[in-house]
Ligand binder design. Sequence first.
Ligand code: SAH
Length: 349
Amino acid sequence: MSDQNTKINFKKLDQSGRLEALAALGQPSFREKQISEWIYRGAESFKDMTNIPGALREKLDEAYSLPSLCVRTVQQSSDGTRKYLLGLPDGNSVECVLMRYEYGNSLCISTQVGCAMGCSFCASTLGGKLRDLEAWEMLDEYLVCGKDSGLRISHIVLMGIGEPFDNYDNLCEFLRRVHWPPGEGLSFRNITVSTCGIVPKIRRFAEDFPQVNLAISLHAADQAEREALMPVAKAYPLEELLAACKEHTEKTGRRMSFEYTLISGKNDSPEDAKRLASLLRGMLCHVNLIRLNPVAETDYESSDRSRALQFRDYLESHGVPASIRRTLGQDIDAACGQLRKKQGGAQAK
Ligand code: SAH
């Protein structure tokens, strides 16, 4: 008797796993490409794969499953931003945000169910990390949102729930899969990975994926201030982090971005702007200032608009390119992890 639970998830297999599985069924290697192409096209059953012989389709269907993520909720903002709550096969859920820009459509995807990093202003980490997402699940976020919206998604930012560098191997496999030319063939240059600053992985990533853009969540230019906001700063102090960033730029030649969430009275003073400018001066970088999206469970407040402008102007006039990120989707629980929490998607006890 075969049912979904006794079958092996075919999407979980990487290319060599798929080749092996098909070789065991006496199949030539080109079948792997044919089947994988169907998966990129969103096939939910082997039965849909019309260029595969019927007998093989049946054999595959007996032994393997093709699960996919499901759309639980879509919230559409007045500015065109769409926020998705996607259901995973184990009942958990994650969020994606699809944003429309002049240069194309960009999808912000999640890398973990919850997050272990503990940043004090972030909703994603409140229930801790439940598990890592697998490479196929991250790819499915992209495929499912593309299919549901009917939009061609040209850019990906890994800035949703989770810390990408705390799920390094799955992240790398996802990047290979989304780049695979017969599938989506997304250019590495159109992908940005955001990290809270896990130094050894920043170094490794420069070797493994020099064409992928890197964003560093900095949020403070002072060690004590950063530690108070981000526990990861204790393990990887600012000095080490900045050294790794400089190495990354030297190795890749790519402009790095620094995310700096402005929190009223915590990191938004003229002194803070001055420290940040002297920390980053001379680096090939751009600072993205984000006004905090307040999270109900914390006391933090967003800096007001004039403070944010002052902060930006100081950086710009001291040789550090900076912009205030346009806040898209403010009317739809835009801050990371808020929708998942609200819908009880965390499933944490
Ligand atoms: N873990 C990765 C990626 C996920 S968070 C990282 O830390 O970079 C994506 C970005 O959103 C990070 O810069 C994070 O610090 C920021 N962020 C989290 N909660 C926020 C909030 N409530 N308001 C504004 N930015 C927030």
